[in-house]
Every structure is written in structure tokens, then in C-alpha cells.
Design a protein around this ligand. Structure first.
Ligand code: PLP
Length: 480
């Protein structure tokens, strides 16, 4: 079948079509092992990486599933038919955020020992390079004794900023170490960025659903949130944003364009450019949260909005929390033209961040193991997310809709109308299962029949059992 004039995309599409044909005509049955990568590559005279791409594509579409150390298997037909939630339609008025204490209460429970951790968007520590980081930490403590205990004032450790700047070149953002300000995780990066571009009473446009920590920040800073319709696959809807900007005095936009939390949506790169152009026209800053950007399942890393920004209006926030060590609290901002405002706020808020963890991360990045680690990590998250999606499709009632993210590790699940996710959360807790209720992701009490589930932890029998129990609870609530 080799045809050198064909693009890799066409080639792997053809390999995928051959397998789909065999599944559909019954040559391959549910549970059958599909030919190994090597066998298929020899049989069709294409490269192993082409077959790999084809299998990953079939896995994304729910035709096959990989089992660690065993290969790929044909899976249940019903797994393919679950559709994704439709575009959101929030009420279009800026409003005060009033999330009460629900978030703290829910996350207090979510981290208790013995809980099936489907509720929190944390990486399982088994997936993190704990030993290599500890070695880096030891080396730093021994070799840079004084640096390690001294204040590390903003903008933060130069060696770390150089490493981050060096890595940003991969996503076409040409920055240097001076363009970066280190923060305590992406959470502080978002707080500082919002403070730098808006003040109490200002209107901030956000996705709907929105990452709840952004809503909490807007609440704490006394700003108003304006929820913008958002597609669960492609993210923020630009036409709606344009209308919202025409009708309201929007002072900033906050978005998670790459693998949004909770939907996992990926804004296509050309839409990112249109978003930046729109905000340039109106001189509105964009705070983009890119914590999941490195966790793509496709062939290349999606770009950031900042890559299209020639005016310094985009502030990019990120961290190593989803890829290396959430407990180290190492994050950063690339603040564009808002550097001095950001530096001032960061200084006021925390007088810099811990030097020792910054030095250790810089040492780890210098040692060159990060890219290899990311390759493994992306594969693990992808498998875990796939398993979670399949289980939800299997155990939840008809009418359930599930997102199909192309990166990250969260799923946004629309339950049949009438199912109250707070009730589900409380019932699930009785069974020691953590879930995040949908209403946390809106200022208006929307998304009552949605939940977010996370696949940051390795898949296990307990998780499968947890999803099966959740499915039973959803069935019960749907039938009341
Ligand atoms: C979209 C998004 N931004 C920011 C954060 C917080 O990151 P950090 O732990 O680095 O503060 C999270 C964590 O769940 C997240 O999902």
C-alpha cells in the first residue's frame, strides 16, 4: 500500500479504514486482539509510526483499546455512540460570583485517604519523576546551600526562567528569561495577572463552564464574571464573545484554550489567532491559562494565543503542577506588556517564591529528562482518560453525553435531565467516591446535571468499580 506521494495523514487514515472495515464486516470481533504494530506495518508496507497513528486514532474514536504490555483490542460497539455535550448557552449578563464555601468543602473530602479519586484534577504521584526530582533537590541543597535558603525575589530564579524560555521556543513563542515571572503555581499566576489588568467592579469575560478557581479569584477580587458560550470541543465561541464585548465594558478575558478544565476543549490554532485579533481591535488583555498545553495526544503541541500576539496584550499563565510536581508550587507568567504591574503584585502578594524548588526544577530540566518524561506521561494520561470514558459510556444511563478531549485528563459529563449532581456528589461520598459537581463551574447555578471526572490517577479495579457504582447512582437519580 506504500505510496510515497501520500501525506502521513492520508496513509494512517487508510490503515484505520482497513481496520474499521474488518471490524464492521465481523472479521475482527469485540475482544479480539488487533495485529501488532510490527505485523501490521509489515503486512501493509507502511512505517510502524503510521500504524501507531492509525491505532491511536481508532482508539480516540472508540473502536479499539490498548491494554498495557498486551496490545490493542476491539472494544464494545456502544462506546462509539456517546455524543459530546452541546455548546453552552449561559445567561449573558455580568454578575457577582457567589460560590460560597462549596469548593473548599468538596475538595476537603476529595483528598481524604481511601477516596476513589475521580474528582480532583491532580496527577497520580506514581506518574511523576519523583526520584529524579529528589536527586535534583539533594544536589541543589548540597551545592547551592545559600541560594537555596535565601529569598528568591520576583521575577524568580534565572536558571529556571532560562529553561522555561528555551522550552517556549517549541511553541513559537520567542521570549527570553526576562519575559517570565515565576509564581506559586498557576493559581497565583492567575490571581496576579487578573490584578494586573483589572480592578474591583470590572467585567471579566470567562468561558462557560469556567475553571472554578478563576471564578473564585474573580469573586475574591470583587470583579464581575461574564460567562461566554463555549463549545465542548473547540472552546470559547468568538461570535458570542464579540457580541458580549459590544454590549459590555469588558476589561479582560480569561480562557484555557488548550485542553480546558472542565471540558477538555482545544481551541484550534486559527481560532486562537482570530481571538487575539479581536482583542487587539478592542485593546482587551487576554489571560490564557496553559497548564495542560504540554499534555496533547496528537502529533504536535498546540500553540498558545501568545504566539499570535504582537502587542503584548496576552498574559500566559502556566505551571509544572500537571507534569512534574504540584506540591513544588512552581508556576509562571509570561506577562507581555504588563510586566511591571505583574512584578509589583507578585512582590506584594508573596515576596517571591521558594528558591529551593525553583532550583530543583531548573536542575531537572537541564538534565534533559523532561521531554522523555512528557512522552510517557501523555501516553499514560491518554490511556487513563480513554478507560474512564469507556467506563462511563458503559455504566451510565442513555442520554449521558461525554466530552472527547484531545489532551489533558478531565472529562465533562452531561447527565440525563433532572439528575442533580450535588445529590450525586453526596451519595457518591457515602461510597467513598469523589466527583466534582457541575454547578461549581458557573456563576449562575447552571450545569446542575453535569459532573467533572478526572483521570489523573492510574486506572485500577477500584476506579472501574467506582465508575460502576456512580453509574448505578445516576440511574437511581434519573428514575426518581
Ligand atoms: C485550568 C487550571 N488552571 C490552573 C490550575 C492550578 O494549577 P496550580 O496547581 O499550578 O496552581 C489548575 C489545576 O487544576 C487547572 O486545572
Amino acid at each position: 500500500m506504500q505510496n510515497t506521494s501520500e501525506t502521513p495523514r492520508l496513509l494512517y487514515d487508510r490503515v484505520a479504514s482497513i481496520l474499521i472495515g474488518q471490524i464492521e464486516d465481523g472479521t475482527l470481533l469485540v475482544g479480539d486482539r488487533v495485529p501488532s504494530l510490527r505485523k501490521m506495518s509489515g503486512r501493509l508496507n507502511v512505517s510502524i509510526s503510521t500504524v501507531m497513528q492509525a491505532y491511536m486514532n481508532l482508539e480516540d474514536r472508540g473502536f479499539i483499546r490498548s491494554r498495557p504490555q498486551s496490545g490493542y483490542y476491539v472494544c464494545q460497539r456502544h462506546e462509539r455512540d456517546v455524543s459530546v455535550p452541546q455548546k453552552s448557552k449561559p445567561r449573558g449578563k455580568p454578575r457577582k460570583v457567589q460560590l460560597a464555601n462549596t469548593v473548599e468543602t468538596i475538595f476537603g473530602y476529595a483528598n481524604r485517604p481511601g477516596i476513589v479519586r475521580l474528582g480532583v484534577a491532580n496527577p497520580g504521584t506514581e506518574l511523576l519523576p519523583v526520584k529524579a526530582l529528589t536527586r535534583a533537590l539533594r544536589k541543589i541543597s548540597a551545592a547551592q546551600l545559600e541560594d537555596a535558603v535565601d529569598y528568591c525575589l520576583p521575577p524568580g530564579e534565572i536558571g529556571l526562567r532560562r529553561q522555561i524560555a528555551f522550552r517556549s521556543a517549541d511553541i513559537d513563542t520567542m521570549i527570553d528569561a526576562d519575559d517570565i515571572v515565576i509564581t506559586n503555581g498557576a493559581t497565583e499566576a492567575l490571581v496576579v495577572s487578573l490584578q494586573a489588568v483589572a480592578k474591583p467592579g470590572d467585567v471579566v469575560a470567562v468561558e462557560s463552564p469556567a475553571y472554578f478557581s478563576v471564578l473564585q479569584t474573580i469573586q475574591t477580587l470583587g470583579m464581575l464574571a461574564l460567562e461566554i458560550p463555549t463549545d465542548s470541543e473547540s472552546g470559547l465561541c468568538l461570535d458570542s464573545l464579540r457580541d458580549a464585548i459590544d454590549e459590555n465594558d469588558v476589561k479582560a478575558v480569561v480562557a484555557v484554550p488548550n485542553f480546558h478544565n472542565p471540558t477538555g476543549a482545544l481551541m484550534p490554532d486559527d481560532v486562537k489567532k482570530d481571538l487575539v485579533d479581536l482583542l487587539h481591535e478592542r485593546s482587551i488583555p487576554l489571560i490564557e491559562d496553559d497548564v495542560y498545553g504540554d499534555l496533547y495526544f496528537g502529533e504536535r503541541r498546540p500553540r498558545t494565543c501568545q504566539a499570535f500576539d504582537s502587542k503584548g496584550l496576552v498574559l500566559t499563565c502556566s505551571s509544572f503542577s500537571k507534569t512534574l510536581a504540584p506540591g513544588y508550587r512552581v508556576g509562571w507568567i509570561i506577562p507581555g506588556r504588563f510586566r511591571s504591574e505583574v512584578m509589583q503584585r507578585k512582590q506584594l502578594l508573596s515576596s517571591g517564591s521558594a528558591g529551593i524548588t525553583q532550583l530543583a526544577v531548573a536542575e531537572f530540566l537541564r538534565s534533559g529528562g523532561y521531554d522523555r518524561h512528557l512522552i510517557q506521561l501523555r501516553r499514560r494520561y491518554r490511556e487513563q482518560l480513554m478507560r474512564l470514558r469507556e467506563s462511563v459510556a458503559e455504566y451510565f444511563p442513555d442520554g449521558t453525553r461525554i466530552t472527547r478531549p484531545q489532551g489533558g485528563f478531565v472529562l465533562w459529563i452531561q447527565l440525563p435531565r433532572g439528575v442533580d449532581s450535588i445529590e450525586l456528589y453526596e451519595n457518591a461520598l457515602q461510597h467513598k467516591i469523589g466527583v466534582t459537581p457541575g454547578s461549581l463551574f458557573s456563576t449562575t447555578g447552571k450545569y446542575k446535571n453535569f459532573i467533572r471526572l478526572c483521570a489523573g490517577h492510574p486506572w485500577s479495579d477500584a476506579m472501574e468499580q467506582g465508575v460502576s457504582t456512580l453509574g448505578r447512582l445516576v440511574h437511581e437519580l434519573a428514575n426518581v
